[in-house]
Ligand binder design. Structure first.
Ligand SMILES: [Zn+2]
Length: 163
């Protein structure tokens, strides 16, 4: 059964042993939920109900006839990301990076510099112009060193759009 009619709209559900991959998929902009249970039936039902593609490394989840999933082979997060992107033929638009909260999967909102005064370090406030906020956990994100490192990382993996 094909759960993702549009590649662009692909959504993931990732099982609990792949916590780092969950965070990375969110950083790369993908709607990714974290499945913190070992109940196979529950995983399958949640995936179907929410229209999410299952990503797992748990062999107990692996062989389920009739439902497509990605079974991760490597224990290295770089290889895991590459496998998912290659399997689906995904290329990430630059603007998708850091569009989502790493902690809770919400789409980040743009906020003005004034709004973050006193909430970030004076250095960050002085040097950064563009800020975003998670509407859920209220965490503030900004374009900084980390952002550029992620861009370089994605570029190195060959999964980032050049446009
Ligand atoms: Zn959040």
């Amino acid at each position: 059964m094909n759960l993702w009619p549009e590649k662009e709209g692909v959504r993931f559900i990732v099982s609990r042993e792949l916590g780092r991959l969950v965070r990375w998929l969110r950083i790369l902009g993908y709607d990714t939920s974290y499945f913190d249970s070992i109940d196979k039936r529950d995983l399958l039902i949640t995936a179907l109900r929410e229209g999410r593609l299952i990503i797992t490394r748990t062999s107990a989840f692996k062989d389920h006839h009739g439902l497509e999933m990605i079974y991760i082979e490597s224990d290295k997060v770089e290889e895991q990301i590459k496998q998912v992107m290659a399997k689906l033929g995904l290329i990430i638009p630059q603007e998708a990076l850091f569009s989502r909260c790493v902690g809770c999967n919400q789409i980040l909102e743009n906020i003005s510099k004034q709004e973050v005064e006193g909430k970030v370090s004076p250095y960050v406030f002085e040097t950064v112009e563009q800020f975003k906020k998670c509407p859920d956990c209220k965490k503030i994100y900004w374009v900084g060193t980390h952002w550029n490192n992620v861009k370089k990382f994605a570029d190195r993996l060959g999964i980032l759009s050049r446009k």
